[in-house]
Design a protein around this ligand. Sequence first.
Ligand code: NAP
Length: 309
Amino acid sequence: MTTTATSSAAARQETTASVAVIGLGIMGLPMARNLVGAGHRVTGFNRSPEKTARLVEAGGAGAASVAEAVRGADVVITMVPDSPDVEAVVTGEDGVFANAAPGALWIDASTIRPDVAVRLAAQARAAGVRPLDAPVSGGEQGAVDAALSIMVGGEADDVEAARPVLEAVGRTIVHVGPSGSGQTVKAANQLVVAGNIQLLAEAVVFLEAYGVDTSAALTVLGGGLAGSKVLDQKGQKMLDRDFEPGFRLELHHKDMGIVTSAAREAGISVPLGGLVAQLVAATVARGDGGLDHSGLFKLTEELSGRSGR
Ligand code: NAP
């Protein structure tokens, strides 16, 4: 009994780490909570301090600056909206690179431009920090359930070193290639998800136009080839007109910009992706950027003259 207890304590020590989490929003806070739950020592920093207090309530520690959060950390996770936000928290005097311990791992879980990820990875290495781009998929629920799918770009040794931390927040963790590859795979993910949401929205508008039992229809669609996680997670939201985020449309707008510009740089065309990118842009332009991305339904419904039903 004692032996078991001692060896499990030793195993725990080997796999737990001191982790700084920068950005405690819809995704960062539940990820940080799950890291606490897995036994890691977690210090959080958020630009608006009330979110840091929520991590402290969950057993983590709060820091007043990025520099304070990352000092002495084995692993630093950034989870902020966009490329300029990541750049702002990792560079500069108060940033991650200037204040993290030599050899610390930096895991950027944000979704940003692949070319920016490559550039920041080179800066991290020059500062003695080991970079991984590790964007996630699975939404807020996936973050809460520690069930995220994580696409990781970087050196294989660094991915292995980060595995105990990644396993505390995700279920499917795949090393997809060198720095920047994680973001490239995430861009493809966002292309597929946006297209799925748009087609699901069109299907619901179509079903409602015929007055069929939409709930029954989505159940049977979910059991066949039309079934998807998008249908499972977003179908009922569309029926209920519940567009509380979740994943904000303005973030998906950012991601469609990443997809279309990266496709252009690669010299390929994404015709349906381009169309969906415009529908996302229109939804954001009319003031719905704060809605969940299932809010694409609103514009789809209006295009058929069926809003407010
Ligand atoms: P969010 O709720 O808006 O949280 C972002 C956090 O970053 C906020 O706490 C915000 O602080 C902080 N922040 C914003 N700009 C900053 C800056 N310049 N410097 C320092 N902190 C800054 O966003 P989220 O939904 O968690 O998304 C975070 C990232 O994950 C995005 O790249 C998104 O595309 C990606 N993602 C999101 C989901 C999802 O379902 N939500 C799923 C997969 C991936 P304040 O509190 O002060 O605003």
